[in-house]
Design a protein around this ligand. Structure first.
Ligand code: SF4
Length: 578
């Protein structure tokens, strides 16, 4: 990974490529790379869909190597959803393949002179960019079938669906999985809209003839990889819970804790939870000939995903994750796994963030456009986005826009981005993360649920404000570092609980780079990423007033605990005070 590919989509005479050395960005990967480039090169006050914004796609520092779990990819830009900096993270094969091709980042720049749609093909021999308007408004599934026919099976793709082409603020960038299906998404913040604004429909990557990235210290790397693998296997979350039931194992846990946002955050308990739980989902998948334990990229050993078949045993979608099941399930009062799987399939096909779509339907239900629990209505509302109707375009811009259009007061967003599947009144630590992260409400930015509910990495009472700021701060720092390595964030369960597994991760990085590293270096990396992101957002006009939850979380007590969000504004302002 010794080069950066820049593609100027606005160049005279058509897109122009430029392969550059890493320069100032040497040693960076994943989120450190995307946020580094955006913070330095994108004017914070630019229009997110204009010529001055850039879309950066970067594999992690360890991606393309033999390090287990290292296949995550970061997509960064100024977000059309939040107006701030964005890093959306995805699994799938993209990171491994792009890293083996030697690119530390692809940067899409400029603004196309017309509405021609392009496909980009990259292999070991170089980069080819071709106009192809026959791809216009194709769903991701049909698009990838066409790419398979054109380029064969040994490819990985990054693509947008109709939502990205329409430049809707909840549009995702899809990455193909091991089965070459567009099921993995950099979902959050409208990164797909920025790709659409650059006129790029799909980037096809073919790593035929390339080598696995070699570590500088092979013995240290091999030993650390072994210890790291053992650590993940022995931890109950990464070794048992996630492989068996996927992330949806959380439905019963969070519901039991009274923190499962139900009917647009009106209650913390959902009567239909057991019908859509991870346990029921795994049972259904196995009974229909699908899979309950499956990885999203080669090298994943946790395998939190699965294959969800329809009633006839035909592939419908990958195993919807906990947040997706919640967003389209309990948040909309829907307890039908098949309907949720169909909504997931439609989101993936149109190229939409499942969390923002579920939150948006919840807001529409609150507005009386559909009834809570009406799965058919929810499916039809998402189909409106695919058709590009005026209503669909409103929905595809997410919960914040939809709430305004329909005059809804209770809209669960921070910085314009929808809250995920944990109510901040019952899980106060995650509320601190939602409020303060540079990304807009985002559970992955500092997953305090681990310590609040799962008692991983300590025990901080989820219902009380004490200790939540420190918890969120430390997790946000660690997460920014992990998101830069290319490691799946789910390794955090094991490294928070097991010091020897954390040490193995440091040794893995050290063995790969040949640089002696300590835990302090990891902390410094996380802080430097957050500092750059905070600085970008400040220059974009964000102040501490933007680091707040919507008013109703302070005013409305959530059953069954009848509790409001208790962390004060003054405490929230201390999160980045280091
Ligand atoms: S644990 Fe899950 S999300 Fe993480 S890399 Fe594996 S399958 Fe993908």
């Amino acid at each position: 990974m010794d080069k950066i590919l820049r593609i100027d989509m606005g160049a005279d005479g058509g897109p122009k490529t430029d392969v550059q050395p890493l320069g100032d960005y040497a040693g960076l990967g994943g989120r450190a790379m995307t946020s580094g480039i955006i913070a330095k090169e994108v004017p914070p006050l630019c229009h997110p869909l204009g010529e001055n914004n850039k879309l950066v796609i970067a594999p992690g520092m360890l991606s393309g190597s033999n390090a287990v779990m290292s296949g995550r990819i970061s997509v960064g830009c100024k977000s059309p959803l939040t107006g701030g900096i964005k890093e959306a993270n995805s699994g799938g094969q993209g990171a491994q393949v792009l890293a083996r091709l030697g690119y530390a980042a692809i940067v899409l720049e400029g603004k196309p002179k017309d509405d021609t749609l392009y496909k980009v093909f990259i292999n070991k021999d170089g980069v080819k960019i071709e106009p192809d308007n026959s791809l216009k408004m194709l769903g991701n599934y049909d698009l990838i079938e066409k790419m398979k026919q054109a380029y064969g099976d040994n490819i990985a793709c990054a693509s947008i669906g109709p939502a990205g082409e329409m430049k809707l603020s909840a549009a995702s960038v899809a990455f193909t999985d091991m089965e070459l299906r567009p099921t993995r998404h950099a979902g959050r913040g409208g990164v797909g809209a920025v790709m659409g604004s650059k006129g790029v429909k799909v980037i096809v990557l073919d790593d035929t003839g390339t080598e696995t990235r070699a570590p500088k210290d092979p013995d240290k790397f091999k030993e650390a990889n072994k210890a790291f693998t053992q650590g993940l296997k022995k931890h109950p979350v990464t070794g048992e819970g996630l492989p068996a039931y996927g992330t949806n194992v959380l439905t019963n846990v969070v519901n039991e804790a009274g923190g499962y946002p139900t009917n647009n955050f009106a209650s913390g308990r959902f009567d239909g939870a057991s019908s859509i739980s991870g346990e029921t989902q795994a049972e259904t998948e196995i009974a229909r000939g699908g899979e309950a334990t499956h990885g999203c990229h080669k090298g994943c050993i946790i395998k939190c995903s699965g294959i969800y078949n329809d009633k006839d045993g035909n592939f419908l979608t990958k195993q919807p994750e906990y947040e997706t099941v919640w967003a389209h399930g309990g948040n909309c009062g829907i307890d039908d796994l098949d309907a949720i799987a169909m909504l997931d399939r439609l989101d993936d096909d149109f190229g939409l963030d499942t969390i923002d779509m579920g939150a948006t339907i919840g807001v529409l239900m609150e507005a009386g456009i559909a009834k809570f629990g009406d799965a058919d209505a929810a499916i039809n509302l998402i189909k409106e986005v695919g058709k590009g109707t005026p209503l669909g375009r409103i929905i595809g811009n997410g919960a914040a826009v939809t709430g305004k259009v329909f005059g809804v007061e209770r809209v669960p967003v921070v910085k314009g981005q929808a809250l995920p599947a944990y109510d901040p009144r019952t899980v106060q630590g995650i509320g601190v993360t939602y409020a303060t992260t540079t990304m807009g409400a985002d559970h992955t930015a500092g997953y305090a649920v681990a310590t609040n509910l799962l008692k991983v990495g300590g025990d901080v009472d989820p219902l009380k404000p004490e200790g939540q700021v420190d918890l969120s701060r430390n997790l946000q720092i660690a997460t920014a570092a992990i998101d830069s390595t290319g490691m799946c964030l789910f390794i955090a369960f094991a490294i928070l609980d097991q010091p020897e597994t954390f040490q193995a991760l440091i040794d893995l990085l050290s063995g790969f780079t040949g640089q002696p590293l300590t835990a302090d270096d990891v902390t410094a990396l996380g802080k430097s990423v957050l500092d750059k992101e905070r600085d970008f957002n400040a220059r974009a006009g964000f102040t501490n007033k933007d680091d707040r939850l919507p008013e109703f979380f302070k005013n409305e007590a959530l059953p069954p605990h009848n509790i409001t969000f208790q962390v004060s504004d003054e405490e929230l302002d201390q999160v980045f005070n280091w």
